[in-house]
Design a protein around this ligand. Structure first.
Ligand code: NAD
Ligand code: UDX
Length: 413
């Protein structure tokens, strides 16, 4: 099938390349000329394992021309960003712009598929915008995306489920053909349910994390080991062991903004989400936990050198959006501490060292922020000899076999 994908971020690019891998003819479009220029040369603008290799195997067309993009596909995916606005609501300006362009340039029947995470009712807003531009027949599908950064390719080629919200039999047939290889994973719903499934899934997972973090904080007062507790809970298949890793809170481009957007959509409909508000509140507190632990060891941080291992919001990505490292770095800077940070992928200015060894040199303490596997391979005896004080605070309960000479603390133990 001929498919257009508007927006070549984590979601759009992964979707486009994976659809090409599935045998479709794909055009990816973005307003960012630099991104498109790089993509035309086979260069991926993000860190996403496996994506560049997959691009090199497939023939995709890249464009910055919206008219060409809309005219190309019989199915047009919109995968533009829906960032958090000042009011904490999802900002729909990019989605609305794509809908307007779709209406303007669709010359024959096409299906408009929204992949961005959008509040319930957005498909109807898009439908109205498109109808203002054209009398051409079209259908709308809400197809929320569930991929995780770092495993985006795997998640897209082998998804747990493909949610398709639509009121059109014709669109159902088209999308079933498009997702032929995973058709047993399709769940058809009405449009509003599909839109809500995305937010409720992310809010539920975020709630699981805040829940286990609260139990971890409780353990620090009572005794008990959060890892054994999570294991014991997770053995109950109704609970499952997934998303029960205690730590320094969730970050990323989705959970923080989606949790807040759902709370705001609730307010618009005169509904107050009590549990989800608590999820958000617990997470905000958790993000500064490691800093407060550090302060118990070093009361005056002014002039002290603090090593941060990992900066990205999770391993296997360069994404720094809403990363706990940003909260911690801000608090450290406010206290006058010197930060030496190393992350294997982040391009953020905070990433001022080229190795963990360099970051820990002369450090008064090490904070493990992101659980990159390479940090488990470090020679901690060697590191101890280059640090001022052998203090390690592990924000992800990740490090193993830290030598006795270190003061080592983790979360919820
Ligand atoms: P992103 O910011 O990485 O990419 C969005 C892209 O859209 C950018 O390249 C931008 O230049 C482009 N764009 C903006 N306006 C455009 C326009 N009018 N025409 C063409 N291109 C335009 O965003 P992302 O992380 O890929 O997220 C996209 C959507 O998917 C969001 O709604 C997000 O919530 C959702 N989502 C993201 C993830 C994730 O892990 N990143 C997972 C699931 C869902
Ligand atoms: C998330 C959703 O998982 C995905 O389905 C959605 O499409 C986009 O948002 P992502 O943000 O890429 O994906 O990462 P994820 O692996 O879900 O982790 C999110 C955050 O939660 C990270 O900061 C991670 O460190 C944290 N986390 C995750 C925990 O603190 N504990 C856990 O047990 C799991």
């Amino acid at each position: 099938m001929k498919i257009s994908v508007i927006g070549t971020g984590y979601v759009g690019l992964t979707t486009g390349i994976c659809l090409a891998e599935m045998g479709h003819e794909v055009l990816c479009m973005d307003v960012d000329e630099q991104k498109i220029a790089n993509l035309r040369q086979g260069k991926i603008p993000i860190y996403e394992p496996g994506l560049e290799e997959l691009l090199s195997k497939n023939n995709l067309t890249f464009s910055t021309n919206i008219q060409e993009a809309i005219e190309f596909g019989e199915v047009v995916f919109s995968a533009v960003g829906t960032p958090m606005g000042q009011d904490h609501k999802a900002d729909l300006k990019y989605v609305k712009a794509v809908a307007k362009s779709f209406g303007k340039h669709a010359k024959d029947y096409k299906v408009f598929v929204n992949k961005s995470t959008v509040p319930v009712g957005t498909a109807e807003i898009c439908r109205k915008i498109i109808k203002e531009q054209t009398d051409q027949k079209f259908d709308i599908v809400s197809n929320p995306e569930f991929l995780r950064e770092g495993t985006a390719v795997q998640d897209t080629l082998h998804p747990d489920r493909i949610v398709l919200g639509t009121d059109s039999e014709k669109a159902k047939e088209k999308l079933t053909e498009l997702y032929q290889q995973n058709k047993e994973k399709i769940l058809f719903t009405d449009i509003k349910s599909a839109e809500i499934i995305k937010y409720s899934s992310n809010a539920f997972l975020a709630t699981k994390i805040s829940f286990i973090n609260e139990i971890a904080n409780f353990c620090e007062k009572t005794g008990g080991n959060i890892e054994d507790i999570a294991k014991g809970m997770g053995l109950d298949s109704r609970i499952s062991n997934k998303f029960l890793r205690a730590g320094i809170g969730y970050g990323g481009s989705c959970f923080p903004k989606d949790v807040q957007a759902l709370i705001e959509t609730g307010k618009e409909h005169d509904y107050s989400f009590e549990i989800i508000q608590a999820t958000e509140k617990v997470n905000l507190k958790q993000k500064s936990l490691l800093f407060h632990k550090l302060r118990k060891h070093i009361s005056d941080l002014n002039g002290k050198t603090i090593a941060l291992l990992g900066l990205a919001f999770k391993p296997h990505t360069d994404d720094m959006r809403e990363a706990p490292s940003l909260t911690i770095a801000k608090l450290l800077a406010e206290e006058g501490a010197k930060i030496q940070a190393y992350d294997p992928a982040s391009k953020h200015p905070l990433n001022n060292c080229t190795s963990a060894e360099e970051a820990t040199q002369n450090a008064d303490a090490v904070l493990l922020i992101t659980e990159w596997p390479e940090f488990q391979e470090l020679d901690w005896s060697k590191i101890a000899s280059t640090m001022k004080t052998p203090l390690v605070l592990d924000g992800r309960n990740f490090l193993k076999n830290i030598p006795e000479k270190f003061t080592y603390e983790s979360i919820g133990k």
